[in-house]
Design a protein. Structure first.
Length: 151
């Protein structure tokens, strides 16, 4: 099983006020909040952690049937370069995040060696969301003007 999540950074910058009171407390662990507040670019770290949590949760919810998303209960750890992990209860998910000037995209898997085998297609679009069902992706994410399909 694989998961993915994508954040359009332009949309996030105008639609989400992550600095408002209580925002970080609802979504992030104490450790994550400390890293966000002391990081070089807090905005990017907020959305990196968010995509890690969402990508892992998509696998978790399919595995367990649990549909209760409580982001603060998902614990992210940043690894070397683009890699990281997300712990949910007793399950660990491995992640790899791509950050561009336009978006942040994270893929997640149950094993670290699985990440290199995941095929990714990122589609930029304007207007209507493009049809993608015939491509039969394992997981879909879209935000703003970007669609991410993983196989």
């Amino acid at each position: 099983m694989i998961g993915n999540d994508l954040v359009d950074l332009y949309c996030a910058s105008i639609e989400s006020n992550w600095k408002r009171k209580g925002f970080l407390d609802k979504l992030f662990t104490t450790s994550e909040k400390t890293q966000i507040r002391s990081g070089e670019n807090p905005f990017l770290l907020v959305w990196k952690y968010w995509t890690m949590k969402e990508a892992a949760y998509k696998i978790y919810s399919r595995m367990t049937g649990i549909r209760s998303f409580a982001p603060v209960k998902l614990c992210c750890t940043l690894g070397e370069h683009t890699f990281g992990t997300v712990q949910i209860d007793d399950l660990k998910f491995y992640t790899c995040t791509e950050m561009t000037e336009n978006y942040i995209h994270t893929i997640a898997g149950l094993q670290s060696d699985q990440l290199a085998k995941i095929r990714i297609e990122i589609i930029h679009y304007s207007g209507e969301l493009p049809a993608y069902a015939s491509k039969n992706p394992a997981c879909v994410s879209h935000h703003g003007h970007y669609l991410a399909l993983v196989y």
